[in-house]
Design a protein around this ligand. Structure first.
Ligand code: B16
Ligand code: MG
Length: 219
């Protein structure tokens, strides 16, 4: 039986990918590194330190560990400052409606994000009250495609994995949900999240009615 929902943040609740892009672009321009939207796509759902490694590998750059940490921190300072512009108008269309519906129907709801800034993002959106549990980049050490963040969220909700549906926009996020034994809903194109149990192009289509219709007897 489905009793809980676990939501990724960037690409599911809100589109912080654009703000991440602008911050990485600013850092890359300063460093003389190539960085474009295609490369940004590869950073979807992966941690900050894994992200800078992807950018450095692409640019065939090697630096000391301390230098890498300091550059990742610089990017984060740019990103965090840009979050101040985020408001409750910045939910992805359909996300707030689904969260509200889940609350009224009494489901347990958790966040399962790779971001260490998830609490700040939820505060900017005024979304904290929708979540019983917050799992973020500070909750576990192994990032997606390891299932740890979703297992953390389920455990805190006191639910087994097969009582929960994970919402994810990243290929590695769906991999993580499957590895943990969760049901999964992918948000985005077939080539990215086609391996989810159920897929929608956008959150707007992901209504509780559609989800219940698909998972049928599990509700
Ligand atoms: P931070 P999600 C992820 O969020 C982003 O998709 C990814 O691009 C970012 O690198 C990661 O959070 C870490 O974010 O630098 O704020 O800790 O999709 O897991 O909600
Ligand atoms: Mg995401």
């Amino acid at each position: 039986m489905i009793k809980g929902f676990i939501f990724d943040l960037d690409g599911v609740i809100t589109d912080t990918a654009e703000l991440h892009y602008e911050a990485w672009k600013k850092l890359s321009d300063e460093m003389g590194w190539h960085f474009d939207r295609e490369l940004n796509e590869q950073l979807r759902g992966i941690s900050r330190m894994d992200s800078i490694k992807v950018i450095m590998d692409y640019n065939k750059v090697t630096l000391t560990d301390d230098a890498v940490v300091s550059l990742a921190t610089k990017k984060n300072d740019i990103y965090v400052a840009s979050l101040d512009t985020m408001t409750p108008d910045d939910y992805l269309p359909g996300a707030r409606e689904l969260l509200t519906h889940l609350r009224t129907e009494g489901f347990s709801v958790a966040l399962g994000s790779a971001s260490k800034n998830a609490i700040k993002v939820l505060e900017q959106l005024n979304a904290t009250h929708y979540f019983d549990v917050i799992g973020d980049g500070n909750s576990v050490t192994q990032s997606k495609p390891a299932p740890d963040i979703f297992l953390f969220a389920a455990e805190r909700m006191k639910l087994p994995a097969n009582n929960c549906i994970v919402f994810e926009d990243a290929e590695k996020g769906i991999d993580a949900a499957k590895a943990g034994g969760f049901y999964s809903v992918g948000i985005g194109p077939e080539e990215r999240v086609g391996h989810a149990d159920l897929r929608f192009d956008t959150m707007k289509q992901a209504t509780l009615f559609e989800i219940k219709s698909f998972f049928g007897d599990l509700f």
